[in-house]
Ligand binder design. Structure first.
Ligand code: TXE
Length: 495
């Protein structure tokens, strides 16, 4: 088993302390791989390397077209190695191989989409023939790219692809629970021709390597995807040196079903929205808001469908979803459940760690439906990041909107109704970054992704996702210089 190592200034290296971390499968606890465990000293080395490469200017002086071509090469290489990437992603997370394959296909699309974005820049007409006024875009500088464990490479690719296109240098910090595909990505970037020092990788716990990455003055931008508490901490850490921050912090996403919806489609999508990847999805549809007149029908079908879901490991062909990522996360979900019950939520199905043949060693949790929920309950307000759907009822459009917005989060939501005008009204009123109408879940690399309110700062994907990695510079050129004439010149005459 090869030890996963840091990648700093074009060199693979182990941490100075010699510490290692075992990456264990969430399915059965077998050791999938081992990784060097970094600390602040390793992170500092990576920062020095990234800063020197950026200030040296070699990569940012590449033409925009050359960097687009680089992204196309990266996409082609990942496509060539798709099976290797998918096996590594599935190994660390225990998500089914087929889901990992979908994720890696999405990663390829992210690099391909970014390769299509033309170099931004435009002129400003100031109404004077001797003046040329132009807005140019330059790379923001050295970036710390910190990723989570639920979609490890996909979330990293949302950051790496635009950072490369912009001409930034960066340090990738994958989740310590799922580092394998970030290591593969470094190999791919080298093969594609990324110069030494531009792309660096640091492995280890956020609590150890995170401080330099978020406080060091040589870092210009921190882009982070993860939990709300860590995001707040990072934003505060970055404030001391006024770094730019881009944050994606999850959601508590309302999925609103009106009585006039296509209920078959709505319920089927509600099951997927809540239980895909066992709820470990930032846009999971964990808050079901149902019009009161169809409440019983929807809830009984939702509960029936939840009971049919087959749990299993990455190689189980019958499995429909897998385990939670870690024992710590399972305990967090169990704590969320106890609070929900003590607050009066009614458990219709699930609510506990899953048992069953083949699941004994894994961090499995039963797909769960909680009824009689209200917005004052913590189960409605807090992200569980587990396979738990809470159900609330409403009796009017305005109540549905009020409930859908009654959250500190604002990442995504959905509205189901056959009345197009009603869908448009509700979609316009919901304060979330993505709204699906009569659908749930699709995202596109071409379309901006991110949150209102506490779901984050900034956007990933789309044109805005690139602009997080760019600084605008206004260039004013006067081809016929003259005196400003503002202050008296004390008697001197130029005539
Ligand atoms: O995430 P953390 P955790 C949510 C979900 C989950 C909760 C906590 O609700 O239950 O977050 O999950 C790095 N400085 N999401 O604890 O801590 C860490 O090493 C710098 C939503 O696993 O946010 C990892 O690389 N970095 C989410 C990354 O931050 C630090 C996806 C995410 O870890 C750090 C995952 C520090 N001080 C969980 N501390 C989404 N938005 O999709 C940790 N890290």
């Amino acid at each position: 088993m090869t030890l996963l190592r840091h990648f700093i200034n074009g060199t693979w290296q182990e941490s100075a302390t010699g510490r290692v971390r075992e990456i264990r499968s969430p399915h059965d606890q077998h050791v999938v791989t081992t990784a060097t465990e970094g600390d602040a000293a390793d992170a500092l080395q990576a920062i020095v390397a990234a800063r020197a490469s950026f200030d040296g200017g070699a990569f940012r002086s590449w033409s925009w077209q050359d960097r687009q071509a680089l992204l196309r090469r990266v996409a082609d290489l990942i496509e060539r190695d798709l099976n290797i990437y998918a096996a590594a992603e599935s190994g660390d997370t225990a998500k089914r191989l087929i889901e990992a394959e979908y994720d890696i296909a999405d990663v390829i699309s992210v690099f391909r989409f970014n390769a299509t974005i033309s170099e931004p820049g435009h002129s400003v007409d100031v109404g004077r023939s001797e003046i040329s006024s132009r807005i140019a875009y330059e790379p923001v500088g050295v970036c710390a790219l910190i990723g989570p464990w639920n979609y490890p490479l996909l979330q990293i690719s949302w950051k790496v692809a635009p950072a490369l296109l912009a001409g930034c240098s960066f340090i990738v910090k994958p989740s310590e629970l799922s580092p394998s595909t970030a290591v593969l990505l470094m190999h791919t970037l080298v093969e594609a021709g990324v110069p030494a020092g531009v792309a660096n990788l640091i492995l280890g716990a956020g609590s150890e390597v995170g401080a330099p990455l978020t406080t060091d003055p040589r870092i210009d931008l921190v882009s982070f995807t993860g939990g709300l508490q860590t995001g707040k901490h990072i934003m505060a850490s970055a404030a001391a040196t006024v770094k730019k921050v881009a944050l994606e912090l999850g959601g508590k996403n309302p999925n609103i079903i009106f009585a006039d919806a296509d209920l078959d489609a709505a319920i089927d999508n509600a099951v997927t929205a809540g239980f895909l990847h066992s709820g470990q999805v930032c846009s999971a549809g964990t808050r079901l808001l149902v019009e009161a007149s169809i409440h019983d029908q929807v809830v009984s079908e939702l509960t029936r469908r939840a009971g049919l879901i087959t749990l299993g490991g990455p190689d189980d062909a019958t499995a429909e979803t897998g385990p939670l990522i870690s024992e710590g996360h399972l305990n967090k979900v169990l704590g969320y459940m106890s609070r929900a019950i003590s607050e009066g939520a009614q458990v219709l199905i699930g609510g506990k760690r899953a048992s069953g043949i083949g699941l004994e060693q894994g961090w499995y949790f039963e797909p769960t439906v909680l009824d009689r929920c209200t917005t004052t309950m913590s189960c409605v307000q807090d992200e569980s990041f587990g396979p738990i759907i809470t159900v609330e009822s409403f009796t009017s459009e305005s109540e549905a909107i009020r409930l859908g917005n009654d959250t500190i989060y604002g990442l995504s939501g959905a509205v189901w109704s056959s009345d197009a005008a009603k869908c448009d009204r509700v979609a316009a009123a919901l304060r979330h970054g993505t709204i699906w109408i009569n659908d749930y879940g699709p995202y596109r690399p071409e379309a901006e992704w991110g949150g209102f309110k506490a779901s984050g700062v900034g956007r990933e994907l789309g044109g805005s996702g690139l602009h997080e990695y760019l600084e605008a510079k206004h260039l004013w050129r006067n081809t016929s210089p003259g005196r400003s004439g503002w202050f008296r010149d004390g008697g001197h005459s130029s005539e």
